[in-house]
Design a protein around this ligand. Sequence first.
Ligand code: FE2
Length: 363
Amino acid sequence: MTSDTRIEDIDHIEFYVGNAKQSAHYYQSVMGFDLVAYSGPETGQRDRATYLLQQGKIRLALTTSISSDTEIAEHIHKHGDGVHDVAFETADAKSLYESALAGGAHSVQEPTVLKDDDGEVIKASVKTYGDTIHSFIERKNFKGLFLPHFAKRSSPNRLGNAGLRAVDHIVGNVDWNRMDAVCKFYEQAFGFRQFQSFDDADISTEYSALRSKVMTSPDERIKLPINEPAEGKKKSQIEEYLKFYHGEGVQHIALITADILSTVREMRSRGAEFISVPASYYETLGERIKGLKESVSELKSESILVDQDEHGYMLQIFTKPVEDRPTLFYEVIQRRGSKSFGKGNFKALFEAIERDQAARGNL
Ligand code: FE2
């Protein structure tokens, strides 16, 4: 790839949801996002409404269909609420699109010029796993807020943010024996490479297992781990996801904070539900993690996990699924040097997830 086809960063993440107006309230009140823009019939979009939410550098676009016969409605019928598009920011959408197609990507939308009084944006899209897509957004000739036909909107009941700053990584769940092909796709279509890998000996409990590889953009700004199920005694959480999402899709989005204790306390006080961790996990934590700055008892009371590698340590916590289907959830992460994704926590985490899975009768 030449430098002008470089993927600069994650531009935004677009969700297809059953009721965007109400989802937008959840992201504001519970997660601490600000409503910043809106697009819908009032702004010239006839078939959909989209609410753009922002916190730090994180931009989430919540889109719903306002009729029953759209591709959006079909996506929601099949998958429930979920991520449709992990959009990349680029300086040249056309050449990025062309190099992705040359690398084997399937087109969803050819480079298209979107225009309004603020200028023009070039947008193109290709398929990735399942019904998920990657759009390429080029807005160098655009001075508006987000995209053409979006109007400024602000939060009516502003509670303030929760300290979330940026996307750390976005994880995809893919079908049995599909991980290697999907990782190869990221190499060939986007010039990504493998960052780190875990085998199923790392990530297994008595009942379930998975394999995971982390793919990264050349400058390591974007990290997209890919999970596939592996054989276990009972059904793994990846299989549960694939069944209820009706196919492959985004499993979790990890959001960075500079102070995980205050972010988690803030989110809990607003009604966020997190996975709890067995008390035994904390018994030897102070000995296991070198130079731990946080108090073990505070981490324990918030169920925050800690992992380390040769670069330092990281703190992480996972929400419960944010829909009734056991599909998408969030991770809140604070890095103190470590580049880990929490390998050392997978076992403790999965045992906790499996208690919830058993309670739903899906183990
Ligand atoms: Fe993660």
